[in-house]
Design a protein around this ligand. Structure first.
Ligand SMILES: [Zn+2]
Length: 104
């Protein structure tokens, strides 16, 4: 049982049993798409950091997960409205190594 710790469906929360037709949803971190793979196929594969992997317990939850993605994809994105420009103008935290010398 190496590597098979308690796996739960990311959609309905059902716990994975020995024999199941589970899937893995592969989601790019920027939510640009959605891919399903058989859990057995990706088990043991190296996970790529630019993707998010979700356990899906079967066909019903795969369809629900797809619907969730479609909803988020088609929904308007208020964050990209006219307030986005002011957010982008905020300077990032100073992490370029030029730390202010404190009381030298
Ligand atoms: Zn499920």
């Amino acid at each position: 049982m190496s590597g098979v710790s308690t796996i739960k469906c990311d959609v309905c929360g059902r716990q994975k049993a020995e024999v199941n037709h589970w899937l893995v949803a592969v989601v790019p971190t920027e939510n640009r798409g959605l891919l399903f793979a058989a859990a057995e196929e990706v088990e043991g594969e190296e996970h790529m950091p630019e993707f998010q992997y979700e356990d899906i317990c079967g066909q019903a939850c795969a369809q629900r997960r797809l619907q969730i993605w479609l909803d988020s994809w088609m929904a308007p994105q208020p964050d990209l409205g006219d307030r986005a420009s002011s957010l982008e103008l905020k300077p990032p935290l100073a992490r370029d190594g030029r730390a202010p010398a404190a009381g030298a």
